[in-house]
Write a protein that binds this ligand. Structure first.
Ligand SMILES: Nc1ncnc2c1ncn2[C@@H]1O[C@H](COP(=O)(O)OP(=O)(O)OP(=O)(O)O)[C@@H](O)[C@H]1O
Ligand SMILES: [Mg+2]
Length: 457
């Protein structure tokens, strides 16, 4: 359903058109001349304006020019008799989206309107996407100057210059995504999109249409054409996260795009050509999956043109001081708060820990330390140490036991702060998860702030 403004000086024409569109389920406003139309345009937003060309007072062309000043993004379709087709062509040069020749039937009009609205929708989608891409392309440095990371960085610079497919491997949280963005930034594609798809998160059929798109009616629920990630990433980079999880049928299709740069949308026989650099990640043993027949060998070799291995954080403890400083300065910038220092002993404690969650775990821990450290000057080892579960220690449960026997108020504060932390400070999500109102949450935080037990911007 769309909001449509119809402008025509002939009552019969206008009324029957309005009736047709209302029957189609649209919301229609009718105006009998250009001046009234402009007035309506100023009052509310329309998705589409359908205007006659020849009208008294103001012609359709003049109306088009004025309407573009008020609603530059609204598509305008002109209705014209045969004699004025030439003018309609002129109008399209001036920004009209399309024209329809009188007399026309309902079906013709319906198709035109659908096409126009779909085009406008795609334009908005593109704009949003471009915004997302820009924010995603914001530099996120790969921190760490230890020998291993230096080697990784050199490889990224080299591979950036090529179009080769890259396979990045390493345990969870070691920075595979950061590294793939770094490759994109190091390449000539840096001004083009960088998109990511998590292959483990979707079922086979959903993943297929996510990657390759689908035609309208390709399957139940496919009520409009959808462009897939390969199309959207054209000229740029596509990150396929957790590639080992991709089903056999899709492995074949993926191999084809990698080899021929060609694919079809689901439900279409039209072959599309794209130019996309693919980066794949995996934290599983792919050779083993190949050996077990779960992952195609030819695809494995095609992906593994340039391998990059990210080591576990415990194997590069020398990078920890830099990482800690990096996260602290990120937090300070984000919260517009002074930089929190950390005492050398605390860093040594961190360097001894085994980091099962790797860099992600370190990042979360620093975030927690900034929130919970009561010493305003510096983050202390004694604050951090109790949070680090040494190997062999019971997982889970222990956190709760630590709270047993504590005043309820303190327990509540602990739960609220760790939930806030989990949702990156997002109050609406935090309140939702805790089953309390956002205002209640806000009041509690305000109270802690007043007594200096909580720092936030
Ligand atoms: N070398 C690094 N420099 C700065 N930040 C890093 C680095 N490595 C990881 N991070 C940060 O740690 C977090 C996890 O990194 P990332 O998402 O790249 O890991 P991953 O290997 O893709 O993990 P997963 O296997 O779980 O998807 C991110 O917030 C990222 O910004
Ligand atoms: Mg990842």
């Amino acid at each position: 359903m769309a909001k449509i403004l119809i402008v025509d000086d002939q009552d019969m024409m206008r009324d029957s058109l309005a009736a047709t569109l209302v029957r189609e389920g649209h919301e229609v406003v009718a105006a009998y001349d250009g001046q009234i139309a402009l007035q309506r345009l100023g009052e509310k937003k329309f998705d589409l304006m359908l205007t006659d060309l020849r009208m008294p007072k103001m012609t359709g062309l003049e109306l088009l020019t004025e309407a573009k000043k008020i609603r530059p993004d609204m598509p305008v379709v002109l209705m014209t008799a045969f004699a004025t087709v030439q003018t309609a062509v002129e109008a399209m040069k001036q920004g009209a989206y399309d024209y329809i020749q009188k007399p026309f039937d309902g079906e013709e009009l319906k198709l035109l309107i659908e096409r126009t609205l779909e085009h406008a929708r795609l334009r908005v989608e593109n704009q949003t996407l471009r915004g997302v891409v820009e924010s995603m392309n914001a530099p996120r440095p790969l921190v760490g100057d230890g020998a291993v990371m230096m080697q990784v960085k050199r490889r990224i610079e080299l591979v950036g210059k090529s179009n080769a497919t890259v396979l990045i491997r390493g345990p969870s949280g070691t920075g595979k995504e950061v590294a793939s963005r770094a490759i994109h930034i190091a390449s000539e594609r840096r001004d083009r999109p960088f998109l990511a798809v998590n292959c483990a998160a979707l079922s086979e059929s959903l993943l297929e249409s996510e990657l390759f798109g689908h035609e309208k009616g390709a399957f139940t629920g496919a009520d409009r054409v959808r462009r897939g990630r390969f199309e959207l990433a054209d000229g740029g980079t596509l990150l396929l996260d957790e590639i080992s999880e991709i089903a056999p049928g899709l492995q074949a299709k993926l191999l084809r795009v990698l080899q021929e740069n060609a694919f079809e949308r689901v439900g279409s026989s039209v072959t599309q050509q794209v130019d996309v650099r693919v980066i794949a990640t995996s934290n599983r043993d792919l050779e083993q999956a190949v050996h077990e027949g779960k992952f195609r060998e030819d695809l494995f070799y095609r992906l593994n043109v340039v391998p990059i291995e990210l080591p576990a954080l415990r194997d590069r403890a020398e990078d920890i001081p830099d990482l800690v400083r990096h996260f602290l300065s990120n937090i300070a910038r984000r919260d517009r708060a002074p930089f929190r220092h950390i005492e050398p002993e605390a860093v040594r404690v961190l360097q001894k820990y085994h980091w099962p969650g790797n860099v992600r775990e370190l990042q979360n821990l620093i975030e927690r330390a900034v929130i919970l450290e009561t010493d305003p000057g510096v983050i202390r080892a004694e604050t951090i140490a109790p949070w680090l579960k040494m190997p062999g220690e019971a997982r889970g449960g222990s956190g709760m036991e630590q709270l047993a026997g504590k005043p309820l108020e303190e327990v509540e504060k602990h739960v609220i702060l760790s939930t806030l932390e989990r949702f990156k400070g997002h109050r609406v999500k935090t309140a939702g998860a805790l089953g309390i109102g956002v205002r209640t949450l806000g009041m509690k935080i305000k109270k802690w702030k007043e007594v200096g037990e909580f720092a936030e911007t």
